[in-house]
Design a binder for this molecule. Structure first.
Ligand code: PEP
Ligand code: MN
Length: 336
């Protein structure tokens, strides 16, 4: 059950409400975010919710039987929009493109991609400076110095940055330079990291785990929300399957489902979803038609030379074509 509290609720009234809930057999968790104040009550009893709905300081009461609650659309029917600042918005009615290399590699690479994105009217550049690699001998990113250089160049051009944070200890040093924190598929259930990002006032893009279910993804998002951060995007990036013909199985179903199960924006990552350059476009377009609020994809000035994920990175020409077609698909979908 979610009890929305008024921002001016007195400590006394809150104490009274908590006592009543305890008496009714519920365990309460107080959640204070940038945008709201809630009491999440967990328990199996059933009672007339009007009993507490009329108490001082109670704005609204919703029954949510799902394992995930604050991220559920059962209580928040209106889709969430995330404010990126400077006019940037992510969520319902807007189509967001995030593009860039798998890994940040050099000053020249950053500048060339920033210029490309600027020309295409893309506001957000992706890129990894801490790379989770299957092999310890693969390129593992330029680290904080790469991030600082990238942030300086991106800010000069008015472009925002999304990058992966791999562990709690990196958050503080990265915070100043990052506009959106990405949680990678290998960290979707790193609950310490989720808790820590709940304390950060910056948007978070949460990828679905490599073999994660939709419910697990939503429960991971619940960690961030209940930790205090409502600015969350859910990202479908493909799941591991028995099929070996492509890298991952892009779960288009999940996009459609997530949009009805949750009020949070849903972003599709067709690059990791299929992992094959020539097939990124159709998968991206399918994701748009399934309801994605945005697409994050990998591109590189010289895709074959990329330090990581070369096989799925698009060239400038391919990127331009994809952006144009995704925007056209989104406009068409909005008309339906
Ligand atoms: C990435 O975005 O480059 C990445 C490593 O993604 P994922 O966590 O989805 O594998
Ligand atoms: Mn990658």
């Amino acid at each position: 059950m979610i009890i929305q509290l008024a921002s001016n609720m007195s400590t006394e009234a809150k104490g009274e409400l908590q006592a009543q809930m305890k008496e009714l057999g519920y365990k309460t968790n107080e959640v204070q975010t940038q945008l709201g104040h809630y009491l999440v009550a967990i328990g199996k009893q059933s009672f007339d919710i009007r009993q507490i709905g009329s108490l001082a300081g109670v704005k609204d009461v919703h029954r949510v039987s799902d394992a995930f609650k604050l991220v559920s659309r059962k209580w928040k029917v209106q889709p969430t929009r995330i404010d990126l600042g400077e006019g940037g918005q992510i969520g319902e009615g807007q189509f967001t493109v995030m593009a860039g290399p798998c890994s940040i590699e050099s000053e020249e690479q950053i500048i060339r991609i920033l210029d490309h994105l600027k020309a295409e009217g893309v506001q957000i550049m992706r890129g990894g400076v801490y790379k989770p690699r299957s092999s310890p001998y693969s390129f593992r990113g330029l680290g904080i110095d790469g991030l600082k250089l990238w942030a300086k160049l991106a800010r000069e051009k008015g472009i925002k940055i999304i990058t992966e944070v791999m562990q709690v200890s990196q958050i503080d040093a990265m915070h100043e330079y990052v506009d959106i924190f990405q949680i990678g598929a290998r960290n979707t259930q790193n609950f310490n990291l989720l808790d820590a990002l709940g304390k950060v006032d910056k948007p978070v893009l949460l990828k679905r785990g490599i073999s994660g279910t939709i419910e697990e993804l939503l429960q991971s998002a619940e960690y961030i929300f209940s930790g205090g951060n409502e600015k969350i995007m859910l990202c479908e990036r493909g799941i591991r399957s028995y099929e070996g013909a492509y890298r991952n199985c892009m779960d288009i179903n999940a996009i459609a489902l997530l949009k009805t199960k949750s009020h949070l924006p849903v972003i599709a990552d067709p690059s990791h979803g299929i992992g094959i350059r020539s097939h990124v476009e159709p998968v991206a377009l399918a994701a748009v038609m399934a309801g994605a609020d945005g697409v994050i994809f990998e591109m590189h000035p010289q895709p074959e030379e990329a330090f990581s994920d070369a096989q799925q990175s698009l060239s400038f020409r391919e990127s331009t074509k994809l952006i144009k077609r995704m925007r056209a698909a989104f406009a068409l979908k909005e008309e339906f």
